[in-house]
Structures are given as structure tokens and as C-alpha cells.
Write a protein that binds this ligand. Structure first.
Ligand code: ZN
Length: 325
């Protein structure tokens, strides 16, 4: 896991390379996607849905909300399943990230996302995106562990090739600190679960995953009003206080609701799969899969958390019927 000068020299050779082949948006900028996005965001500006209102506001017609930029180029579920490493197995970006993984920098957190818009997107715009590896930092010591920052610059163009936006995206690839009981947990890991998709870790929820690595279920508590909240968020939804501390949860609760999923099938799970929404004793709710017979789950049933280790970064809760080990 030592980062030698040789490694950094190798990493620097990727700077300036195309991350992978350019991507074409599967659909032109269109009203249904804009409508869904605006509704989900609670943005009622009529320039996104009403042609006349958009013209009255000086546009040539309906425009897309600027923050939708990346959604037009997102890989679909099926495409991502068949191309897990950002498009193709052997793109320069995949090779760069593979090198970092091989050196132990297996953790990933997004740190910066700077977007520049040159014009609003209009209905019918057919977008494409090219991505360049702009920078790889020297080895840095961070709160998450030692790592390298990788910066990519995405350039978005319209059907005529004119640049409409740029997005500078920076991630930290880091070597996660080893949890004290990681060696024991590794012994208990089920080989199949390592294939499971990984959750997104952000500065706001990193503490929760760090606690989970140590088999501690924690809940955010507001410093001002004391109310508990989950999932993690940067401010209290009740009193808007940004200060918070974590409290330990017992891991016990009761089934509030559940679903038995059959499709689509994510790798690393056994189907049919019961996924439980539990009322924890502390009052917040937690979603996790169920370890036992899916047919045995009932609303109101007592459950308790056990831990499933996916890899050295992720250990996640799973429910079992209370009292069963
Ligand atoms: Zn509060």
C-alpha cells in the first residue's frame, strides 16, 4: 500500500488522456424528463414546462433546468450492469482507477463538482459528452486515509458540436482505515455479497458507514433540539440547526413494512429477497434486507440488526428475526 514516486509517475502519465470514448445522449432533451425532474425537485418555474411562459421570459421555448445536465448522459441500468467500469473495461480512466485499486486505494468519495453553463438546453438538443483526465494529485493524507485526488473534465456539446457546458468532477480514491475487528469480520464474509452494488458515500453520511464498519448502528441527533434523524443529512429538518452528534442505536426494532423483490436482480443477493422498513426502538426507521425466509416476514415482527461485510470499506446492516443467531 506504499505510494512510491514510481506510482505517482505512472499516474501522471494519464493526465491529458481521454477518459474513454465520447458518449451520445440516448434521448434528445425532452419534455417528459424535464417534467419529472422539475416535479421531483419541487421547482415550479413555468419556463420548464410551458412554451408560452418560456417565450414570455425571453426564451425560444421550454428550457431544461441547468442541474439536469448530467442526467442526459447517464448510463441506463442495463448498460451499467454490462459495463461497470465507466463505459468500457479498458478505457484510460478504468486503467487509472484499476492502478489505484491495486495499490490499496479502494475507497472513493466525490469531493467537488463544478459546472459551467454556456447556454440553456432546449427541447430537441442532442447532447454528447467527452471526458478528459485533467489531473491526478500527489499522495495526500486526508481524514479518510491517504489517497489521490482524480479530476476529470467533462465537456458537453450540442448536435452542432458547440460547447454548451463543462463539468469538473473530482473524486478522492483513498486507502480506508482498517476497522479494529475487520480481520474477524473478513472471516465471516460471505463470498457472494462482495458482488453487491455499493452505496454512495458523501461527507454527510461517511460517519454512518465508518460506524457500520465497526458494527455500530448510529443515528444522527440534533445538537439543538435533540431529535433523531435518518438517513443522515447536513441540517436538522425540524429546527435547521447544522450541529449534530451521533447516538448509538440498539439495532432492535419492528417491521413497519416490507417488500419481497423478484426483479430486477442485483448481483450478490439471493432472490426472492425481503427488504424491510423497520421502526427502530429509538424512533427512526431503517431499510435493510432480511437474512431469513422471506415468507416468514410479517408487519410488526420484532427484528434485530446483524452485519454483512462486503469489503474493507463497506459493512452494512441486515435484519434477522429477533432472538435468532
Ligand atoms: Zn433540531
Amino acid at each position: 500500500m506504499t505510494a512510491t514516486p514510481d506510482l505517482y509517475d505512472t499516474l501522471r502519465e494519464f493526465v491529458g488522456l481521454d477518459a474513454g470514448p465520447p458518449r451520445q445522449a440516448p434521448d434528445p432533451v425532452n419534455q417528459p424528463m424535464i417534467r419529472h425532474f422539475a416535479e421531483a425537485m419541487g421547482d415550479v418555474n413555468p419556463v420548464y414546462v410551458d412554451d408560452q411562459a418560456a417565450r414570455a421570459a425571453g426564451r425560444d421555448g421550454v428550457v431544461a433546468p441547468a442541474p439536469m445536465l448530467s442526467t442526459w448522459l447517464m448510463l441506463g441500468y442495463r448498460e451499467r450492469q454490462s459495463a461497470p467500469a465507466d463505459g468500457a473495461a479498458e478505457t484510460p480512466l478504468a486503467r487509472l482507477l484499476g492502478l489505484l485499486t491495486a495499490e490499496g486505494f479502494t475507497g472513493v468519495v466525490a469531493t467537488n463538482d463544478e459546472q459551467t453553463y454556456h447556454r440553456e438546453l432546449r427541447l430537441g438538443d442532442q447532447l454528447s459528452m467527452s471526458t478528459v483526465i485533467e489531473d491526478v494529485s500527489p499522495r495526500k493524507q486526508t481524514a479518510l486515509g491517504p489517497g489521490h485526488f482524480v479530476t476529470t473534465l467533462r465537456t458537453y456539446r450540442d448536435g452542432e458540436g458547440a460547447v454548451v457546458a463543462e463539468q469538473r468532477f473530482r473524486i478522492l480514491r483513498f486507502a480506508p482505515k482498517q476497522a479494529p475487528d475487520a480481520a474477524d469480520a473478513a472471516g465471516a464474509a460471505d463470498a457472494g455479497v462482495s458482488a453487491r452494488p455499493r452505496p454512495f458515500v458523501l461527507p454527510d453520511n461517511e460517519f454512518w458507514f465508518a460506524a457500520a464498519r465497526e458494527h455500530r448502528l448510529v443515528i444522527q441527533a440534533c445538537d439543538a433540539c435533540g431529535r433523531l434523524r435518518h438517513p443522515p443529512s447536513p441540517i436538522c429538518p425540524h429546527c435547521l440547526c447544522p450541529g449534530w452528534h451521533e447516538v448509538a442505536a440498539s439495532g432492535r426494532g419492528t417491521v413497519h413494512s416490507y417488500v419481497i423483490t423478484h426483479h430486477p436482480r442485483a448481483p450478490g443477493f439471493t432472490y426472492p429477497l425481503a427488504v424491510i422498513l423497520a421502526d427502530l426502538e429509538e424512533g427512526t426507521r431503517l431499510v435493510a434486507d432480511f437474512a431469513g425466509d422471506p415468507g416468514s416476514v410479517q408487519i410488526g415482527m420484532p427484528v434485530e440488526v446483524e452485519w454483512v461485510r462486503l469489503d474493507e470499506q463497506f459493512t452494512l446492516p441486515r435484519f434477522r428475526a429477533a432472538g435468532e443467531v
